[in-house]
Design a protein around this ligand. Structure first.
Ligand SMILES: Cc1ncc(COP(=O)(O)O)c(C=O)c1O
Length: 455
């Protein structure tokens, strides 16, 4: 797909090109990147990044005029789509009022963002500690749990991602942790439920749930029930496979935590803010954790923001005791103004409902058809705008498709106007939560065509 000659910038960007240098900058973007930018999670020598020149809604386009539907929402964070005009106005208005102020000072948009977030959280989670992103949210959640309980161990799941700072990567249950070891003392792993590749030889989701809970209880007991400060888990596992917990699992974790005085931390950095069709994914199962971490979809990453939502009981610990944690930019006014506007947009434009409907009526059924048609599909799973297509060599052995096969799928998608999210042997279907129905349909059709290459 190629846009017309005015493709480069949205109208609003053009009006703020005060320096008149945008064309010049764009022309040197690739060279500057290759000479001076050090990229995440990469061997630097092999990189050849696309230069994105602009974006609008669910679409992004490059400096050559190629356009894609953003079926990755970048890093599963642009939940309300790109360049939402109300967001640009809100950020600009706040920039004109007050760009920055120290975290120790009361600030109107910071307070309003905290109020709006707390009001949407379950139970008595009424306080918000703001961070700049997800990893810092996780670091602070475990610090709060440790200080509150006076214990030092934190349990987390294999097949999880919690961020790349020391504590968060130590809790991460996948290969990215390995080069970061030795990590945080007291970080212990358990297996969560994954019926398709059960660690418990379970026959179905119900049995998987029971066995995963029995295993978790055994791990807690093995580690010493009075040593465990927290169990942290992604309410719906994101990067490691979009693993939707079987009904009863999160409630079962809550029960174990209650029994032993352990804090339950739900990491909703990826799953929150409409991604799973609710403000918080836990709302799908009516479970109330002690702490929720959030980031990404809270303001779609227009300005970096994350945080921890804190129960009254944990907050009370710090009424008289000093909380030994802080950040220069905690509750940054520009980021908080973006969060306030994003929450209003989600409400006014019924983004949660739209995400739910896309999952139930568009993406879910299309993926189920795909699973019937395409032999390479082992399983499809998800909810809202949070789906995975798991690709296998053979449905009986479930051997994962190779990296080469995944590259072929990705290349076909990109050549046909869809920017995919590939993780291991899976294609994740994670467009903005407000993607128009026709674009969502186009996207899944392109993926379906790409899978024909593997038949
Ligand atoms: C569940 C989860 N937790 C934490 C993080 C880390 O967030 P950040 O990259 O903003 O530090 C991520 C990022 O993908 C995530 O998916």
């Amino acid at each position: 797909m190629v846009r017309d000659e005015n493709f480069r910038y949205s109208r609003i960007m053009t009006t703020v090109d005060i320096s008149g240098r945008f064309d010049e900058l764009l022309a040197s973007a690739y060279d500057n990147d290759r000479k001076h930018v050090f990229h995440s999670w990469s061997a630097q020598g092999a990189l050849a990044p696309v230069v994105i020149a602009g974006a609008q809604g669910s679409r992004i386009w490059d400096d050559k005029g190629n356009e894609w539907i953003d079926f990755a929402s970048q890093l599963v964070n642009v939940n309300i789509g790109h360049q939402h005009p109300r967001m640009i106005e809100a950020i600009s208005a706040q920039a004109a009022r007050l760009c920055t102020i120290a975290p120790s000072i009361a600030n109107d948009v910071r307070g309003e963002a905290a109020r709006l977030i707390a009001e949407r959280a379950p139970g008595t989670l009424n306080r918000v500690f703001f961070t700049n992103g997800g990893a810092e949210a996780v670091e602070n959640a475990i610090r709060m749990a440790k200080m509150h309980t006076g214990r030092m161990k934190v349990l987390s799941a294999y097949r999880s991602y919690h961020g790349s700072t020391v504590g968060a990567i130590s809790l991460t249950g996948e290969a990215r942790r390995l080069d970061n070891e030795p990590g945080l003392p007291g970080a212990v792993k358990f297996f969560g439920p994954y019926p398709y590749r059960s660690a418990f030889h379970a026959a179905d989701a119900t049995e998987e749930c029971e066995r995963a809970l029995a295993h978790l209880r055994a791990v807690v007991q093995g580690e010493g029930v009075d040593r465990v400060a927290a169990i942290i888990l992604e309410s719906v596992v994101g990067t490691n496979g979009i693993l939707v917990p079987p009904d009863g699992y999160l409630a079962g974790v809550r029960t174990i935590c209650d029994e032993y005085g352990i804090m339950m931390i739900c990491d909703e950095v990826m799953a929150g803010f409409a991604r799973c069709g609710e403000w918080f994914a836990v709302n799908n199962w009516n479970v109330t954790p002690d702490l929720i971490t959030f980031a990404k979809g809270v303001n779609s990453g227009y300005i970096p923001l994350g945080g921890v939502i804190i129960s009254d009981a944990i907050a009370a610990t710090f009424d008289s005791r000093v909380y030994q944690g802080g950040l220069t930019y905690s509750g940054h006014p520009l980021a908080c103004a973006a969060a306030v506007e994003s929450i209003h947009i989600m409400e006014d434009e019924k983004v949660l409902e739209h995400s739910r409907r896309l999952g139930a009526e568009v993406i879910g059924p299309a993926l189920a058809d795909m699973a019937e048609q395409r032999g390479a599909v082992g399983e499809v799973r998800g909810l809202g705008t949070f789906w995975a297509i798991e690709l296998v060599e053979d449905r009986t052995t479930k051997a994962p498709r190779s990296a080469d096969d995944m590259q072929r799928v990705a290349a076909h998608c990109k050549a046909n106007g869809v920017w995919p999210f590939i993780a291991g042997n899976r294609v994740h279907v994670v467009p903005p939560c407000n993607t128009p129905t026709d674009e969502a349909t186009t996207g899944v059709n392109v993926i379906n065509d790409a899978l024909a290459l593997l038949d």
